[in-house]
Each structure stands twice: as C-alpha cells, then as structure tokens.
Design a protein around this ligand. Structure first.
Ligand code: CP
Ligand code: NVA
Length: 301
C-alpha cells in the first residue's frame, strides 16, 4: 500500500502515471478501475478544482467520493487524527486530505490502513505538480524544457521543484528574499537533479526569465497567509507575470497557473487569457492525472 504525501512517494511511478493519464484522458468513461471503491475527501481549506476533479474522477472510474469538511467531522471538535484515521480506514478505500499542516497528513497516513493522498498542505501540492508536468509534456512533447516559476516560493513551487528535478526538467525559481522555496525541498530537488541531469536555480533576478519554455505563477496570498496580505503584495509586486515578462521568455513559451488566480496581482488578464496560456488545459488535466493516481493507489491496495 502506498500513500501520496509528497511527490517523492511515487517517484518511480511518474512515467507510468503520465502514460495512464494520457490513456484515461482519451476515453474518460472507458475505464472502471475503481468499481465500488470509495474515496473520503477531508477538506480543512476551500477548494474548487481539487474537490470537483477528485469527485468526478471517482465517478468516472466507477466508484464514489465523499466530501467531508473538517468542521463537520468530530476532528473539528477535538477527536484526534489517529482515531479518525483508524476508523475511516474501516469504511473507505482511500482518503484525500487538504490540510493546513503537512504533519497532520503524515500523522493521518501513519494510522491509516488505506492509501492517503495529499490534496494540498502548507508544504506541498503533489497532485498539482504531477498534473503540471503532464501538461508541460502534452504541450512540449518533452521533459527536456526550462520551467521558470515567478513569485511566492510556496507549496506549489515546492512540489514543482521535486517533480521537475525527478523528470530531468530545468527549473528556475525567481522570488525575492523571504519568499524563496523551502530549503530542505530545494536540497532534495538538487540531489534528484544531479542524477537526472537537470539544473535547479533559485534567484531574485527577473532577467533570468530569459530562455524559459514555461512560465508559472501562483497567488501571492495563499490560504492561511491572509493576515500578511498587504506586506506580500508590496514585496512581490515586481514579480508579476505580464506581457513584458513574456517577451523575455522563448517565443513559444507557455504560461501556467494552478488557479485560483488574482488578475492584476501575480498575473495580468491579457496573459491568463492570451494565446500562450495553458491554464485551462492545466486545470482540466487535474481530472485525468488524478484518475491515474487513484487507479494506481486505490486499485492496487
Ligand atoms: N489548484 C487547486 O488546487 O485549486 P483548488 O484550490 O480550487 O482546489
Ligand atoms: N498556494 C495556494 C495554492 C492553491 C491551490 C494556496 O496554498 O492557497
């Protein structure tokens, strides 16, 4: 039995997940790999894409998903994670959790007899990063490309660093001091990069967008960072993905954003809806890639 708490948990399965995602995308209702299986989804934070794509994914695979808000569970009234995990494992075939603290998902998995999937924590968003490398491959037909992430070096950026280094993609993170990605994750990514031959570059210098095949950004105020909104908008204002930034990148560069987006902050309207935007395909691919992840994890449990 396998969990997906970090993208490193499935590092040897990335290629097969990409292939399966492609197959499932071509025939969305054609594979009932999870007939009569049930996925519980615990949300401690808001979600549009993760919630809907997991729910539809289970339906298309012949199973069912249960949406559980943390506040409606006894978990929200003080029942401990250990007890919740032990009990839920007896009802369902897998659990997806969106939690504030990464260590809570680790604790849940430790006590679960069924696979646990990280649907976003403060540290990582592995389902998003898997989708992103699938989307990049779909567009560029190769992993041998240069991905540049601009802005807040957050959970999404951390998982992208691990994903890109694992598949041999070069990645540059352009963030001001204080907003750079998690140091442990950067050193983990650099180790993977050594064996796959990719380059990992962390810099505050916007000019380093030059030579990018993919430009990626995410919100400047993540869920949980609302109290620091004004400071963040001030500190990150020079890191917006706009048409000037796009001019520095390769002419056929694509633009990605995990969404939700705040137009006028991390990205402009003309770029998110422009010809180079891959954002809507990227959002759609959450469904196809998660179907592959679910089939692998729950189908084999
Ligand atoms: N990208 C993403 O995870 O979106 P949601 O927060 O809407 O799930
Ligand atoms: N970094 C964002 C991602 C949302 C999908 C957040 O954590 O709120």
């Amino acid at each position: 039995m396998k969990h997906l708490l970090s993208i490193t948990d499935i590092q040897n399965d990335i290629v097969s997940i990409m292939k399966l995602s492609d197959k499932l995308k071509k025939d969305p209702w054609g594979y009932e790999t999870l007939n009569k299986k049930v996925l519980a989804m615990i949300f401690e934070k808001a979600s549009t894409r993760t919630r809907i794509s997991f729910e539809v994914a289970m339906l298309q695979l012949g199973g069912q998903a249960l949406y559980l808000s943390k506040t409606d569970l006894q978990l929200g009234r003080g029942e401990i994670i250990e007890d919740t995990a032990k009990v839920m494992s007896r009802y369902v075939d897998g659990v997806m959790i969106r939690a504030k603290e990464h260590h809570d998902v680790v604790e849940f998995a430790k006590n679960s007899k069924v696979p646990v999937i990280n649907g976003l924590t403060n540290l990582e968003h592995p389902c998003q990063a898997l989708t992103d490398i699938f989307t990049i491959y779909e567009s560029k037909k190769a992993f041998d490309v240069h991905l540049t992430y601009l802005g807040d070096g957050n959970n999404v950026c951390n998982s992208l660093l691990l994903a890109s280094s694992l598949v041999g993609m070069d990645m540059t993170v352009i963030s001001p001091s204080g907003y750079q990605p998690d140091k442990d994750i950067v050193s983990q990514a650099r180790k993977f990069a050594q064996s796959t031959g990719s380059q990992i570059n962390i810099t505050p210098d916007i000019q380093d967008v030059e030579g990018s095949d993919v430009i990626y950004t995410d919100v400047w105020v993540s869920m949980g960072d609302e109290a620091y909104k004004n400071q963040r908008l001030k500190d990150l204002k020079d890191y917006q993905v706009n048409s000037n930034i796009l001019k520095l990148a390769n002419h056929d560069a694509i633009v990605m954003h995990c969404l939700p987006a705040i137009r006028g902050q991390e990205i402009t309207e003309e770029v998110i809806n422009g010809d180079q935007s891959a954002v809507w395909d990227q959002a759609e691919n959450r469904l196809h890639v998660q179907k592959a992840v679910l089939s692998k994890l729950l189908g084999e449990s």
